[in-house]
Ligand binder design. Structure first.
Ligand code: OGA
Ligand code: MN
Length: 381
């Protein structure tokens, strides 16, 4: 079986799509032995160590942001993918809970935008957390119970709000970027050699056990010299990293809770996808790094806050089956401005690939053309 994934990679034509289908398959489930697991260090011959800038972030700044000192981080690269950096869970014990709570309770709130805003009124989508919390606490999975708003959440946009139809960002549609995520992103980018990075746009993706994200490139940002940061929490996923062309072969890797991925330089515009969520085996409902809350002694001025048991109860219930991913982007280079709308349209019409496009045979992914605004069958979980 392990050979199978390898032979798919070798056979040229549309290799990434074949790999996507291989890992997405339900019956029989795929063999995961070719999936690189960075939590196992340099065990895989394709994995190399990545050099970070340990002095770019002071230990105190890292601590306040809920991160280990940078010199303690386990950062890796992948042979053949210059500019790709994988940081294996650099978070301090307990601090991941803060980000899970932000993604479920805080970031979906106005003025941020979520998938349900596309077809529901503001009165229906507001207080999403309050409307879902009690129902989530008493929910027994496996039973056919109506989905809470929280479970219908598929994406949230922050800062410059990505327009899924025009595939652009614009000066007109902007709200303040969350300060805590801005700081976290600044530290991670600085440690990776990008001290001038500014978090300007965020796309949060919410995955359930049968969700996937189609093959795409993130190219709508105007300055591709700035890295793209990706933070994962909750259940693990298989992530596929491809080449600069859709048909190039790819490499599969696990993203576990707390892992951070940085796509920069020659890897900034590579095709990628998430074919599968890999829930923990029965009896291990919550990924280990989420089992524990913050220490009593965590500094007052900390960016990450203690999550009250009442809230954590809801988060645990959610995260038992789900994964949350935050991608953070800088949209404009320094001194850069958005081009006039007319120019943007012209550029778009000559762009062959579309963001988050999914070919029909890839099935139930996020954002398939035209249907991504709804929580209907195309996004079903
Ligand atoms: C994205 C993306 C990957 C992930 O949002 O553009 O590629 O791991 N997300 O969820
Ligand atoms: Mn992406």
């Amino acid at each position: 079986m392990a050979k199978m994934a390898a032979s798919i990679v070798e056979h040229g034509e549309d290799a990434l799509r074949k790999l996507f289908k291989f890992y997405k398959r339900r019956n029989p489930p795929p063999n995961f032995s070719d999936v690189i697991d960075f939590s196992k260090g340099l065990r895989n011959e394709k994995v190399v160590s990545a050099e970070l800038s340990p002095t770019a972030v002071s230990d105190n700044d890292a601590h306040i942001a809920g991160l280990q000192p940078v010199r303690e981080w386990h950062a890796f690269g992948l042979k053949g993918y210059p500019g790709f950096i994988f940081i294996s869970n650099p978070f301090l014990p307990g601090s991941q809970r803060h980000w899970v709570r932000q993604c479920l309770k805080v970031y979906p709130q106005k003025p941020n935008v979520c998938n349900m805003d596309m077809h529901m009124s503001e009165t229906e989508t507001e207080h999403l957390w309050e409307k879902s919390a009690d129902l989530m606490r008493t929910k027994s999975f496996g039973k056919r119970e109506p989905k809470t708003l929280l479970e219908k959440l598929r994406w949230v946009t922050l800062g410059y709000h990505y327009n899924w139809d025009t595939k652009t960002y614009s000066a007109e549609h902007h709200t303040p970027f969350p300060a805590d995520l801005h700081t976290l992103s600044r530290h991670v980018a600085a440690a990776c050699g990008f001290p001038a990075f500014t978090a300007e746009a965020g796309i949060l993706n919410y995955y359930h056990s049968d969700s996937s994200l189609g093959i795409h490139v993130d190219e709508s940002e105007l300055d591709h010299t700035r890295p793209l940061l990706s933070f994962s929490f909750g259940q693990s996923a298989v992530f596929l990293l491809g080449g600069t062309r859709r048909e190039d072969p790819g490499t599969a890797m696990f993203m576990h809770s707390g892992d951070i991925m940085v796509m920069s330089g020659p890897s900034r515009l590579l095709y990628h996808a998430v074919p599968r969520i890999v829930p923990a085996p029965a009896g291990v409902p919550v990924p280990l790094p989420l089992l524990q809350g913050l220490d009593e002694g965590h500094p007052q001025e900390s960016l990450v806050h203690w999550v009250e048991e009442e809230d954590w109860e809801v988060c645990t219930k959610y995260i038992q089956m789900s994964r949350v991913n935050m991608t953070v982007r800088q949209v404009l280079g320094s001194g850069q401005a958005f081009p006039p709308v007319e120019t943007q349209r012209r550029t778009l019409s000559t762009t062959k690939e579309t963001y988050h496009e999914a070919s029909p045979e890839e099935g139930e992914e996020f954002y398939p053309k035209k249907t991504r605004t709804s929580t209907d069958s195309s996004l079903k979980s």
